[in-house]
Design a protein around this ligand. Structure first.
Ligand code: PMV
Length: 321
């Protein structure tokens, strides 16, 4: 009744920002992401008949806030397995938690993978994706390899890899510009944007074409086309956040400086583009041969505290304890 799993965070190129059902945590739109090898969450789940409740520790400290979402996912898995046992969940991230690096995505992907293995119900792929999204809307994408598509279905979501890591290798340089947890989480941020940003209807209207363009550029490995539509989706998402009331500005001065570095490199012909999630870290996506140039330029950028180099990684999987 015990298993461990490893999962990587993912970064969205075509963003999810806004829910169609808040209660069920269902996204309003699809999304497209990269699963990142180089950053990892390791989670151990131990079901124990002696426990009176689920307990969750993240990086060695009890986390009562995380326990609510974790219990929601575990309840669904227990129902499938016909189990009533509570679990102890121990999760460790080797990167900053809650700071726009998708620790909740890798966390929930590792959780459902380890818990499903511990309960001996591995193989329920579609269910696992729909259970993981109850914890975090972007978590199902971390269950899959390489470039990942999440689509809405009538009653939930479906998720799959559209390009394996080796089919079109890409490098991602994560420029960490702050290690502080973000002040407004993504759930609150996207609700505020949906309810108050005048840009939200335009976001819903234009999103399907962005997703389609990105999928086509992946299918024919057209980096320039992927760069264009990905930066557009990122800036449009942040425009929604900035035009919400009260406004949400996730960037700091170093985020802006790093964005300028990437824009200048691309204008000079380097195959690189940026994306930024709900936090101040900038992710520079490039062809692997451009990674040394991009790394050198970003390492000189004022305010960049650390650079983490990632390649495309595997989806969540069961690991040694
Ligand atoms: O899954 P959540 O609730 O952490 O929201 C993710 C939101 C973004 O990272 C900003 C965009 C995305 O598609 O991952």
């Amino acid at each position: 009744m015990q298993a461990s799993a490893i999962a990587h965070p993912n970064v969205a190129l075509i963003k999810y920002w806004g829910k169609r059902d808040t209660e069920q945590n269902l996204p309003a739109t699809g999304s497209l992401s990269l699963t990142l090898a180089g950053l990892a969450t390791r989670t151990r789940v131990s079901f124990d008949p002696a426990l009176r409740a689920d307990t969750v520790s993240v990086n060695g400290a009890e986390d009562a806030k995380a326990a609510v979402g974790v219990a929601r996912c575990l309840d669904r898995l227990r129902a499938i397995a016909g189990s009533r046992d509570f679990a102890r969940v121990d999760s460790e991230n080797d990167f900053p938690t809650g700071a726009g690096l998708a620790s909740s995505a890798s966390g929930y992907a590792a959780l459902v993978t380890a818990a499903a293995a511990a309960l001996n119900i591995a193989g329920h792929d579609a269910e696992r994706a729909n259970i993981a999204r109850q914890g975090s809307g972007s978590a199902p994408r971390s269950l899959y390899d390489g470039i990942v598509l999440l689509e809405n279905t009538d009653d939930g979501i479906a998720c799959r890899s559209v390009s394996a890591p080796a089919a079109w290798p890409l490098s991602v340089l994560v420029a960490v510009t702050s290690r502080a947890p973000k002040s407004v989480g993504s759930t609150e941020g996207m609700e505020r944007s949906r309810l108050t940003s005048p840009c939200y209807p335009g976001w819903l209207e234009t999103h399907p074409a962005d997703l389609q363009a990105a999928l086509e550029s992946v299918a024919c490995r057209d980096f320039e086309a992927l760069a264009k539509v990905s930066e557009h989706s990122c800036l449009k998402m942040h425009a929604l956040a900035m035009s919400a009331q009260p406004a949400l500005v996730y960037w700091n001065a170093a985020t802006m400086a790093a964005m300028q570095v990437v824009r200048d490199l691309r204008a000079a012909g380097t195959p690189v583009f940026f994306t930024i999630d709900a936090g101040p870290q900038l992710k520079a996506v490039c062809l692997p041969e451009a990674a040394p140039v991009v790394k050198a330029a970003l390492s000189e950028c004022p305010g960049v505290l650390e650079l983490v180099e990632c390649s495309l990684g595997e989806g969540a999987r069961v690991s040694e304890p």
